[in-house]
Write a protein that binds this ligand. Structure first.
Ligand SMILES: Cc1cc2nc3c(=O)[nH]c(=O)nc-3n(C[C@H](O)[C@H](O)[C@H](O)COP(=O)(O)O)c2cc1C
Length: 349
């Protein structure tokens, strides 16, 4: 039985599914999600206390991250033989209630769902150098199909577009590097505190790309004492862009679902991936990558390739993510229809 137990605590299978949801990637590992569990239903909330006001003032990347968690929840339920029925923004009075996932009828587990669910704990953002082995075109086509299955478009950059995109990533990284507010925000989410279960630990920063061939986000910017070593990266990184048809909050969530389907499919195929979203956080640069009239709004830039295993990042445990059921009086502590359970303030540790 999936759902709450008679005592009101969640059952083992649902806990497994929520652990899968929480393993999703998120901007700066902010893990901006909370779950409200009732029998047969999981409400997925955006936790705006974890918004990054400098790079993400409108919460676009926050909702992309929540979308990735929703995809994991859906695929984990399906892998347990239950059809997930998803409704976005089911209650307009609760703007942070992003999705209601109802645990639907029993079903035979589709082989793809099983593979994707098995890949969830093995997917990690990889900031290491990749080999120069090109990604096979049939694998890239499979990734494009994965994005399309979630209503998004994945485009592989040809050499000219790749040069242009990497130039914009470099320009954005350089711009952020000179912004004191960016430093403060980054320092908050990269501070290494014992017991911390969010943010990016130094072990996941990755090395420097000598010659800035691959301009990954510099998570060690505020910690130069760590002396990250410079190393050679792949000469011609494989770069893909994930687009949605519009730039609405719905589409941001869909982009997250598509991103996660692409990342899990890549994991199944032995591919490593690094989001490189710096230019998408600067409106003028994002505009250069977007063709709004043509229905191609840039949501994520990804680098793909084959690399040594990446360092996992920590996660808060499921109990910290659960909202207590709303009191019968209908008065809510957080305006989101739930009182806060053990979900703590940001950031943790
Ligand atoms: C919307 C979004 C944007 C991201 N942008 C970047 C980025 O620009 N550079 C980077 O190295 N990682 C980026 N990431 C990856 C996160 O840092 C990563 O998911 C998080 O630290 C958790 O680690 P994990 O993916 O290994 O589980 C992004 C992730 C998301 C969901």
């Amino acid at each position: 039985m999936i759902g709450t137990t008679s005592a009101g605590s969640i059952g083992a299978v649902l806990r497994e599914c929520l652990t899968a949801a929480a393993a999703a990637p998120s901007i700066h590992n902010t893990q901006p999600w909370l779950f409200g569990v009732r029998p047969g239903t999981v409400d997925v909330y955006a936790d705006r206390r974890r918004l990054l006001p400098v790079i993400d003032p409108h919460g676009r990347e926050l909702l992309v991250s929540v979308g990735a968690a929703i995809f994991n929840l859906r695929v984990a339920l399906l892998a347990h033989g239950r059809v997930p029925i998803q409704q976005l923004w089911p209650d307009l009075r609760r703007p942070d209630l992003v999705a209601r996932v109802t645990i639907g009828p029993h079903t035979t587990v589709p082989p793809t769902a099983r593979l994707l669910a098995q890949a969830i704990p093995h997917r990690h953002t990889n900031r290491r150098p990749f080999s120069d082995v090109p990604v096979a075109s049939d694998v890239l086509a499979e990734l494009a199909d994965a994005a399309a299955a979630e209503g998004a478009t994945l485009v592989v950059a040809d050499s000219e577009v790749r040069r242009a995109v990497l130039g914009l990533v470099r320009a954005a990284e350089n711009r952020w590097r000179h912004d004191p507010a960016y430093w403060c925000e980054l320092a908050t989410w990269t501070a290494d505190r014992p017991g911390r279960r969010d943010g990016i630990p130094p072990a996941a920063f990755g090395p420097w790309s000598a010659m800035e061939l691959v301009p990954l986000r510099d998570f060690g910017l505020t910690q130069p004492f760590r002396g990250r070593h410079a190393t050679g990266f792949e000469q011609s990184p494989t770069i893909v862009l994930l687009y949605t048809a519009a730039d609405t909050r719905d589409q941001w969530v869909r982009a997250g679902e598509a991103l996660q389907r692409v990342l899990l499919t890549a994991t199944v195929r032995g591919l490593a991936a690094t989001p490189m979203t710096q230019p998408l956080e600067i409106p003028e640069l994002r505009d250069l990558l977007t063709d709004a009239a043509g229905g191609q709004v840039a949501q994520v830039i990804l680098r793909l390739g084959y690399g040594l295993p990446a360092t996992p990042t920590p996660r808060r445990c499921v109990d910290e993510l659960l909202l207590a059921p709303a009191p019968a009086s209908g008065r809510h502590a957080d305006g989101a229809g739930h009182s806060r359970g053990r979900a703590g303030p940001r950031p943790s540790g």
